[in-house]
Design a protein. Structure first.
Length: 158
């Protein structure tokens, strides 16, 4: 199994197979524009702009599961990401990342990578690095700034 086995909804409600990203290095992130970690969107965008031509993509999945930090509609989320943070990387429909209604992609990512305190996602901006074969290779905690692991992205792009 790999992430290519999953289909997700874009922020505009269209079904998209993750197989469309086959052969790329991906950073999959549960985001929230009203979270204290929201400035990481700037770093995620910087990484995307720097490496997109080398086969790197950030996939943002808004989540309102942690203290109502993403309460708006998908359209409002997209607007906030674009206007406040200049986001141009792909955004997807709001999801849940924990519990019985968790998005299947995030169930898979959690199982594949675990975490310091078990597999549950503890907060917004948990980041999953996925290699070109669609396999999750590393999970980064919400407080880990994206630029701190830029070297790992570069390694996977080689």
């Amino acid at each position: 199994m790999s992430i290519y086995d999953f289909n997700v909804l874009t922020i505009h409600g269209e079904r998209q197979p993750l197989a469309d990203y086959r052969g790329q290095v991906l950073l999959i992130v549960n985001t929230a524009t009203k979270c204290g970690f929201a400035p990481q969107l700037d770093e995620l965008q910087k990484l995307y702009e720097t490496y997109k031509d080398q086969g790197f993509t950030v996939l943002g999945f808004p989540c309102n599961q942690f203290q109502n930090q993403e309460p708006g509609s998908n359209n409002e989320v997209e607007e906030a990401c674009r206007i406040n943070f200049g986001v141009t990387f792909p955004l997807f429909a709001k999801i849940l990342v924990n519990g019985p209604d968790a998005d299947p992609l995030f169930v898979y990512l959690k199982k594949a990578t675990g975490g310091l305190m078990g597999s549950a996602i503890k907060w917004n901006f948990t980041k999953f690095l996925v290699n070109r074969e669609g396999k999750p290779v590393k999970r980064f905690a919400p407080m880990t700034a994206p630029l701190k692991f830029e070297d790992r992205i570069v390694q996977l792009l080689k």
